[in-house]
Structures are given as C-alpha cells and as structure tokens.
Design a protein around this ligand. Sequence first.
Ligand SMILES: Nc1ncnc2c1ncn2[C@@H]1O[C@H](COP(=O)(O)OP(=O)(O)OP(=O)(O)O)[C@@H](O)[C@H]1O
Ligand SMILES: [Mg+2]
Length: 325
Amino acid sequence: METIYKVEELKKLFPVKRRGIFERTRRYIHAVDEVSFNINKGETFGIVGESGCGKTTLARMLLRLEEPTSGKIFFKGQDITSVDRQELKNLRKKMQMIFQDPYSSLDPRKTIYNLVAEPLKVHKVVQDGTREEKVKETLALVDLPTTEEFLGKVPDELSGGQRQRIGIARALILGAEFIVADEPVSMLDASVKAGITSLMIDLKQRIGLTYVFITHEIGLAYYTCDRIAVMYLGKIVELGNAEEVIRKPLHPYTQLLMEAIPPLQPDEQWGKTITERGELPLFDEPPKGCRFHPRCPAAKDPCSMDEPELKEITQGHHVACLESW
Ligand SMILES: Nc1ncnc2c1ncn2[C@@H]1O[C@H](COP(=O)(O)OP(=O)(O)OP(=O)(O)O)[C@@H](O)[C@H]1O
Ligand SMILES: [Mg+2]
C-alpha cells in the first residue's frame, strides 16, 4: 500500500490567557499532542472523539491552515511542514478541506458560479473561456443543476445539502487528491446526511480520492471509514481497521464511545452514554500518566503515573492503554 500522507509527532499548543498579572508561568492547551500516523492512498481515514479532543486542530494542521508547534507532515514523501507560501499554494490544488458548516463557509453575497469558480481564479489554472465549462462539469460531478438560473443563485436560496455539495465542488474543482472533511454532515438533517455521505463515497471511487473523515459519531465512521483513529485530549488512544476498532474496541475510552451510539445490529443493546462518566475535562496541562485515567472505569494505580504509548497489539491495531497490553 502506498502512503500518501504521513505525520510525525505533530503537536499544537495554544497559549492560555494569563489569569492575572502575577501569574508567571505561561500555560498551554495541548490541543494536539505528538500524534503520528500514515494515511494510505485511496483510503478513508477517520478521526473520532468528543468535542474539544483536537480533531479540527489536527485537520487544519494537515493542510497547513494551522501551523504546528512541532512535528512533521509529509505529502507523497515531501516534507511540507515548512514549505513557503508559493509552494503551499501549489500543494493546495492537491489537498483541500470540506468544512463542517455549509451555512457560514460560503460567502452569502457570491453567486454559485462565482463560489465554484473562485479556486480557478485564485490559482489561475483554467483559461477564462473554459472556466464556465469547468464549473458546470464540477457541479454535475456533485449532482447539482448546471442551468444559468442555478448558477445565478446565492447560498441563501439553497438547501443545507445543496450548500454542502457546493463546498465539495469547491474542494474538487482544482483536481484535489487528498480531502480533509471536518464533520461534513454533522449540521445536516438525517435524510440529507445520507445523500452527502454516499456522494462522498461515490466520488472517492470515481476519481480516486483519499479522505480524512472527521466525525464525533463513531457509528458514521463505521460506515464510511477504512481505518479510524480515536482521539482523547489531543492524543490518539486507539488506531486500526474501522470495523475491528468499533466491534472490538480495546481502549476503555473507545468502549465508552461505543456504548454511547445506537446499536449496529437490532439485537445489540443501547448502552449508557459517555457523558454519564463526566464531560471532557478542560485541562490546559493534561493529567499525569494516562490522560483518560480520571474518567476510566478500568484505571489502576500505574495509570496515574505512566503515560502509555500507542502500541501495536494485533496487526494494524494500536492502543495506548496499560491495561489492554
Ligand atoms: N485558536 C484557538 N485558540 C485557543 N484554543 C483553541 C483554539 N482552537 C482550538 N482550541 C482549543 O483546542 C482544543 C481542541 O479544539 P478543536 O476545535 O480542535 O476540537 P474538536 O475535537 O474539533 O472539537 P469539536 O468536536 O467541538 O469540533 C480545545 O480545548 C479548544 O478549546
Ligand atoms: Mg471540530
């Protein structure tokens, strides 16, 4: 399998506002804390975890929309951690983001034509005369109308699902191969969700895309992802084949997440929700040892002292838990 993307010990710290003028030491939120993984060409790599665990920060760093504090990012073998702006602009043709909110991510004053043509203008890749053709071709790819009437509309005249299709068209029009989708369907109605999800799966096969698919819904990850990484407070706690991780989770945190979702089979039981074990704590300095230990039902004494590394337990299935090894 060909590795298209690789990150090594990627880290992002956000400084916390000082509580007062007498506070000497600078404190940081460890939004993403030394995360490493490979993404294979053609796969859908899921990132799951609760709100605030660092999914968006990680996603933005993958595309260099957010500068990492430390660590390295490789795209097709090239170290892109510190490439200059011009090189980054070139790379952006190949790697794009689909945003969570189809309402705020589109400029409400622009027409559909201008929104979809915008990347072509910015990157000056298509001659003026053939721009319209390219826009229509891309709209057809995402199953949207290509009529003059539709091209002249503004985002307010579109449904949420149509707007998200515009977001996808904008991501694809330059010929991207690597797409980071940050909760692409979480703000859509259930019926529309399925349509957008299947469009994304279909596009992946038709044009050979590689996805990073971020979701807080582990059930959605089951249907869309080949492999998943489960994040907790900035760290990956479990990584492996999506079906295996979801059906046989090894990390107590993944197990709790699993209990919180609707049954995958009609005969499986609804469980307790993860929030019954408390909300995701807001630590600027994460807890010592395993950062999940204060909420972990299986925690033992060593868990509060030693930080577990992500270890391969069975082929391709990694877990960071002293208890599971
Ligand atoms: N620009 C920023 N400045 C300071 N702190 C930030 C910034 N962006 C994110 N954070 C903090 O970093 C942590 C991770 O945030 P992030 O948005 O990456 O989480 P998330 O997993 O995407 O959450 P959600 O599911 O709610 O989208 C949070 O504690 C958040 O408050
Ligand atoms: Mg987010």
